[in-house]
Structure formats: C-alpha cells, structure tokens
Design a protein around this ligand. Structure first.
Ligand code: F6P
Length: 570
C-alpha cells in the first residue's frame, strides 16, 4: 500500500504540468478540436447516462488522473473495502456498507480485530498491508450476509405487520403515522430517500400510504411541529441511533415518549399497558442502551460497527423507508445500490463512473482551484439529496490529516451544496454563469417524471439541457454585463426515472466517488472526530446557562453566555 503523500507522487507532478498546459483551453475549444469528444467522454452503465464532456479536461487529463489512481493503489483499497478488511484504522473497523445490499447466499467475511493497538501509524508503517493480502483477505470470522438478511427479514415482517394493520397501537388501533427520530446518518438517509420515493409510498405503487415524518434537530420546534396533527393512538416512533448515545435523538425520543403517554392518558384516563412497547421500536448497534431507554429489545433492529452512520441507509436505519414503500420497494433500492457496487468493483477505471466522478472532482479541487461542488437535481423529489451528500462527502473527506496523521499539504473535500432546478436558476445561478468562481456542477435529471402533470416535465428538462449548454458555451455580447463567457463545467447525469432502483444507484455512485477521493488524498474517510469537540463543549455549557457560576471560557463566549443568561430571565 502506497504511503507516499499524494503530492509527492510522479503522477501528481504530471497533473500539475498538464494543468498548466490546458488551464486556458475553453470547453468550446475542446469540442472544436475533437469531433469524438462526446463519444469518448460519455458513458452508460448501471442504468445511468453520464456525460463528462462539458468539463474542463480532455482524455489526457483522464489518463493522468487514472495513472494517479494507479500510483496510490485505488484498486487495492477498493478491494480491501469490499473484502471486509479493517480499513477504518483509527477505529479499527471494517467498512462493509456494500455487504448490506448483497443478495442472500453471498459470502462476505469481516477481517478479525487486530486485538492490539489500532492506531493508524502502526498499521501502515509496519508495511504489512500488501496488495496480495488485501485481495485475498487474511483472517475471517463470520459470514455477515447471513446476519444482514436475518435483519432484513425481521424488518420485512415488521413492515408487513404495520402496513397490513396487524401491528396495532396500545389501544388496538392500526398505525397510520411513523415518526423517525434520529440525526445525521440516522436521519438524512431515510429522510432524503423517503422524500425521493414519495410516489412509491402511495397507490398505485403501494396499497397503503403511511404518514412518514422525521424529527432530528434538538430545537424544540422540530419535535413540536412534527407531532402536530398526529394521534398518539396511531403513531409509531422509530428511534434510530447507531450509538444510542446521541443527545439530540435521546432528548427528542424522551419528549416523544412523554407526548405519547400524555396523549393516551388524556384519551383513556389511564395509561394503557405496554404503551411504549407498542409505539416505540429502536434501530441501533447498542442493545444495552436501547434497553436502558425502556424500549423492548425484541423490538430492536440491529446493525453493526462496520456500517458508518452516513453509509447506513441500506441497513435497518432504512426501516421507516421500508414501511413507507414496502419490503419489495426497499429490496429494489438495495438492488440498485448493489448494481452500482458491482460496477465500481469490476469496471476498468477508464469506464468506472464513481471513480471518474471522484477523479474529476479532485481535478477541479487540486489543479483548477475550485472550492465548491454543486449538485443540482432537476427533481423536486431530490430536494434533500444535496444535504444528504453534504454529510456523505464532507464528514468523510473534510479532513486535514492523512491516515498516518500527517498534515495534508493539498486541499481536500470541496464544499458540497445545491438545490433543485429550476428553483436554483432564479437564485444563485447568476454566480455560476457570470461569477468569478469556478463551480463544477452535477446536473441530475430524469427522462420520465415521478408525477406527470401537463407539460411540466418537458419544461423542466428543457431548462436542464439549456443550463448545461449555456454554462459550457456561453454567448458573446458587446455589453460585458450581458456577456456569458461560458467555460463553466458541468456533468450531466440522467436516468429513466427516479424509482427505488435508480435512487439506490445514485447513492452508491456518490458513496464510491467519495471513497475514490479519500483514497487519493490518503484520508481515512470513515471516522469523524471533527464532530466531537463542539459536542463535548455543549455538554459542559448546558448547565452553565441556568446557573450563575463564574464562566471560564474565552472573553467572547463568556460575554455571549452572560447575555443569554440575563435575557433568559426576562
Ligand atoms: O455527530 C456526528 C454523528 O456521529 C454522525 O456521524 C452520525 O451519523 C450521527 O452523529 C448520529 O449518530 P448516531 O446514529 O449514533 O445517533
């Protein structure tokens, strides 16, 4: 495994030289000079059509990026992930979200714990990780696919019971609303996917429409507003937390439990027996904490430490989605992910969609000076996809040290952001068309609408095509205010329709894009220590807000807390 810092590789130098030579070549000039450009730079695989031709690069760029991927051992790292090696060295864990979507009967084993000191330096500097033992896997424990399918079956039984009204609340009424309580990966995945697949949760796709809602923020407004209009007798809460120690989730779950018990008492004068057991289920890796909270562990759906929070929507974390779209719809969602997993695992890098997306994003970040990456879905159903990708990419690769703890001397994850088209066109596209910054943008569109209404969809897609053309080729004008310089890079991503299969493919596409970029930078993309400091400090500050003890923070924080304390009394 290569431990040379990426910017000291030969390929990096080659890319720097190459960037100098093509920095000033406009996208229009690339097209003018190569009649085969679209053929060479567009691909169809795993149900997606992706056209990279409106980017500021040529085939030499891609060849050099692929050489860089070769020099840092992307393929070996990729295989190590799929084989269940403990590639998350800082936490000594395997990274096996891809196992969650494999068919029953497959075999994937997890490498046994090292048992010793798990710090990254010893793993890497021992130099005992070679291409050979990566691919063969050296120590195996259990076949995780059996466990995965046992939980999927448990989820399907439960989802079936809720959907068929066999599962009832404490007073015997069927469940008609499901509230997912979780945050980060325990919210964004199922919330984004539920919104994306809303049509698949109602007739004709689904025989039952369940009111599905999500509470994440500790802001009381979230739980308060989300519960408005719900009936405690017919509401089921799914408390989702990998650790079951997350303050937001536990606080929201306690408030929901209080709301349930108060509501049931109000309706029936007394609290029915087993109310919590009939209205609360949990998704977690930590059975002890689930039991401590008061949820029956028979009503717990487990997952494993080798599933990172932001990679967990295919696990039991997706239970609310499975209840909404049904077990068959959920299986299609997993199948879509698996299809993209297999593409990433098998396709040569020159045709490998996630690898190419990662390499091209890296090209802009490290060689052309881009600081952000826009994701612009031409689908209102994908309105939370950019937020989902923010956690996926920025929690994975927003790091300043490499796997060995060495300070990185190259830029890493760009700021990921976006909004659905056409809304964004009437807001921030001004900057993308005429601003001074380079904003590589992924345009995601569909041939068929999820909800056909009049000619809306053709109008939507006309805008989709128009924007990428205008951004790439611009339009000259004698008045500089009205001039469009063009040369604004976009990637076109199209699929037939936004169904469970396609959503699964898209999610896995971006997961493996993120993986590719992390490997090239030499980052461990699977820990997230950067979220810890603020959490710890909030825990210490909370009691200070209601006391008059001396404050021992910095002067600015002291003054802000003192201001809050004094105004809080009013
Ligand atoms: O604070 C960040 C984080 O740890 C995320 O990585 C994770 O998805 C989220 O919090 C929620 O964690 P949990 O599922 O353990 O409640």
């Amino acid at each position: 495994m290569n431990i040379t810092p990426v910017d000291q590789t030969d390929s990096w130098q080659d890319l720097l030289d190459h960037a100098e030579s093509i920095r000033d070549v406009a996208i229009a000039d690339h097209f003018a000079g190569n009649g085969d450009r679209v053929d060479q730079l567009s691909h169809e695989a795993a149900g997606l059509y992706i056209d990279f031709s409106k980017n500021r690069l040529n085939s030499d760029t891609l060849n050099l990026l692929i050489a860089l991927a070769g020099e840092v051992g992307l393929v070996g790292h990729r295989d190590a992930m799929f084989e269940g090696r403990r590639i998350n060295q800082t936490e000594d864990r395997a990274v096996l979200h891809t196992a969650l979507r494999r068919p029953a009967g497959d075999v994937v084993t997890v490498e046994a714990a090292s048992g010793g000191d798990s710090d990254a330096e010893s793993t890497e500097s021992d130099d005992n990780v070679t291409e050979e033992n990566v691919i063969e896997g050296n120590v195996t424990e259990e076949n995780v696919i059996e466990d995965v399918h046992q939980v999927l079956d448990q989820m399907a039984v439960f989802a079936g019971q809720v959907r068929s009204e066999q599962w009832t609340g404490a007073t015997g009424k069927p469940i008609d609303a499901v509230v997912n309580i979780g945050i980060g990966g325990s919210d964004l995945g199922p919330m984004m996917a539920h919104r994306a697949l809303r049509p698949y949760g109602r007739p004709p796709h689904s025989d039952r429409e369940i009111d599905t809602r999500f509470v994440s923020n500790i802001d009381p407004a979230d739980v308060f507003e989300t519960l408005q209009g719900l009936d405690p007798e017919t509401t089921l809460f799914i408390v989702v937390s990998k650790t079951f120690g997350t303050i937001e989730t536990l606080t929201n779950a306690r408030s929901a439990r209080q709301w349930l018990l108060d509501g049931l008492r109000e309706a029936h004068d007394s609290e029915p027996n087993g109310a919590v057991a009939k209205h609360f289920v949990a998704v977690s890796t930590n059975a002890e904490r689930v039991a401590d909270f008061g949820i029956d562990t028979d009503n717990m759906f487990r997952f494993w430490d080798w599933v990172g929070g932001r990679y967990s929507v295919a696990s039991a974390v997706g239970l609310s989605l499975m209840i909404a779209v049904g077990p068959d719809g959920f299986r299609q969602f997993l199948d879509g992910m698996h299809e993209m997993d297999e593409h990433f695992r098998q396709a040569p890098l020159a045709e490998n969609l996630p690898a190419l997306m990662g390499l091209i994003s890296l090209w802009y970040t490290n060689f052309l000076g881009a600081e952000t990456q826009a994701v612009l879905p031409y689908s209102d159903h994908l309105s939370r996809f950019p937020a989902y990708l923010q956690q996926l990419e920025m929690e994975s690769n927003g790091k300043g040290v490499d796997r060995l703890g060495r300070t990185l001397t190259v830029d890493t994850c760009p700021v990921v952001w976006g909004e659905p088209g056409t809304n964004g066109q009437h807001a921030f596209y001004q900057l993308i068309h005429q601003g001074t910054r380079i904003v590589p943008s992924d345009f995601i569109g569909f041939v068929h609408p999820s909800d056909p209404v009049g000619n809306h969809h053709d109008l939507l897609m006309a805008n989709f095509f128009a924007q990428t053309e205008a951004l790439a080729f611009g339009r000259d004008h004698e008045d500089p205010q009205r001039r469009f310089t063009g040369n604004r890079p976009t990637t076109t991503i199209m699929a037939d329709r936004l169904d469970p299969l396609t959503l699964g493919r898209l999610i896995a596409l971006y997961e493996h894009k993120t993986f590719t970029m992390g490997v090239i930078w030499g980052i461990n993309s699977f820990d997230q220590f950067g979220v810890e400091l603020g959490k710890e400090m909030a825990t210490a500050i909370e009691p200070e807000l209601t006391s008059d003890a001396d404050l021992e923070h910095d002067p600015s924080t002291n003054r802000a807390i003192a201001h809050y304390r004094s105004r809080r009394q009013l």
